[in-house]
Design a protein around this ligand. Structure first.
Ligand SMILES: *Cc1c(COP(=O)(O)O)cnc(C)c1O
Length: 441
């Protein structure tokens, strides 16, 4: 089962062919670079589906009923991915009217969509209801009242979850840590405000409080974070039942499972993690003498990260005597801002020199006018790496395309999907005309 542990490459879908070229999902990446030009995001549809099934099967086994995983689409949002999610029976988590529209236009049934965000505007609320969003995940009082008002205006009852902060520190980057009391997200148990908003929600005539949501952070590997959060949440469900007589139907445990970016990252066995979580939920419900609610989780990164790779063409290889080597590529922080934002790790290869030794230490840098425009520091690549070579950056399927910008007026790369050994664009490359299309003469 653990073939992953024996693969010499960072992801399971990566290999080397007879010509010494890097392959992804069985295709030669240097050929893909030729056909689709660079920079380009390459995605492996089979891997996306595999990752979905790990979740859907574990959910069936450990929770059953209506319990289900949602795909957190902020990780990578484009029409085709919603088609995959529909076929895989995944719910979705959306965070803006833009994501809602994208899913809707892709033919996704929004009844299975959960609308997050710590600040939904009146326009967002109205737009989401207009398109028939299943659930709002409500972050704070003002939003609760705004949803009540809009639902009343429309003469409907709106299903909601409340985003509760359980006070768990997942020990990851501060920037992606969201489960503690002092956070812009959610409403804390510790301060008593969570009790207050529940009491309020139960009073509102056009609000159907379905349950609670929590999300402790992202890129989480730490042992028992989800179990601890589950214990806090289940006890809290019992507390509210005793105090207010209200029993939830759903408990949404958020997303956040970590993926491997570099060799030193551990392998996380999602099936086992879900089994452990289920165990914690079942035992705590038993202890508290409450029924097990419908369980929801919303993974993003662990669905798409290792299904993606970015291909670049090398420009200059600057060798500064006694200092560093800089390998410049034809993209950068505009298509992958994660090193600039969080110092995120990535594994890089020179795709056309896979049989050569990685005997040069270098920084792989982008083409933007910004010293911080770095893809990765201290990368070992072959010393003959030169202009025209192809550099592949692995595990870029999550939070790359969706975080892309137009800094320096650089167009966004296409998304090339590999399906059954064939590659095609599912998002085309942005043109300069696209970039100028909003300017008014
Ligand atoms: C970002 C986010 C997720 C997904 O997190 P991953 O680390 O990508 O799995 C899920 N739920 C909420 C509320 C989020 O903000």
């Amino acid at each position: 089962m653990n073939s992953e542990a024996t693969n010499r490459f960072i992801c399971e879908n990566i290999n080397v062919n007879e010509e010494g070229h890097l392959t992804f999902a069985g295709l030669d990446t240097t050929e893909l670079a030729k056909e689709f030009k660079t920079p380009a995001y390459i995605m492996d549809e089979a891997r996306i589906r595999h990752n979905c099934r790990v979740y859907t099967e574990a959910f069936k086994e450990h929770f059953g009923g209506d319990s289900r995983p949602l795909y957190a689409s902020k990780a990578n949002s484009f029409k085709y991915i919603y088609k995959i999610m529909k076929e895989e029976g995944m719910g979705i988590d959306v965070v803006s009217s833009g994501e809602i529209l994208c899913a809707y236009k892709a033919g996704y049934d929004l009844g299975m969509a959960y609308f997050h965000s710590n600040n939904k505007t009146d326009e967002d609320i109205s737009f989401a209801m207009e398109l028939g969003i299943g659930y709002f995940v409500v972050d704070y009082f003002e939003e609760l009242y705004a949803i009540e008002e809009e639902a009343a205006r429309r003469g409907i009852t709106q299903k909601i979850l409340l985003r509760i902060t359980p006070g768990i520190d997942p020990h990851t980057y501060v920037q992606v840590n969201t489960g503690t009391v002092d956070s812009k997200f959610g409403i804390a148990i510790e301060t008593g405000q969570a009790d207050e908003i529940i009491a309020e929600a139960l009073k509102l005539p056009h609000i159907d409080l379905v349950g609670y949501h929590c999300h402790v952070g992202s890129q989480v590997f730490a042992e028992d974070v989800f179990e601890r959060a589950a214990v806090v949440m289940v006890r809290y469900i019992a507390h509210i039942y005793r105090e207010y007589g209200y029993m939830v139907k759903q408990l949404n445990m958020g997303g956040g499972f970590g993926v491997r970016y570099v060799d030193t990252d551990p392998y996380l066995n999602v099936s086992e993690k879900i089994a452990d979580l289920a165990e914690a939920i079942h035992t705590t419900c038993e202890k508290e003498k409450i029924p097990v609610p419908t369980i929801i989780m919303e993974p993003g990164r662990s669905i798409v990260a290792d299904a993606g790779m970015t291909l670049y063409t090398v420009g200059s290889v600057k060798r500064i005597p006694f200092y560093k080597n800089y390998v410049s590529v034809d993209g950068g922080m505009t298509d992958n801002p994660r090193y600039a934002l969080y110092g995120s790790k990535y594994t890089c290869y020179t795709a056309n020199r896979m049989n050569e030794k990685n005997d040069m230490n270098c920084n792989v840098v982008g083409r933007c006018c910004e010293s911080g425009d770095i893809i990765q520091r201290d990368v070992p690549l072959p010393k003959d790496t030169e202009r025209g070579d192809i550099v592949a950056v692995c595990t870029t399927g999550a939070y790359n395309y969706s975080m892309a910008s137009h800094y320096n007026k650089l167009p966004n790369p296409p998304i090339v999907m590999i399906t059954d050994g064939k590659a095609r664009e599912v998002v085309r490359r942005q043109t300069y005309e696209d970039l100028l299309s909003l300017d008014i003469d």
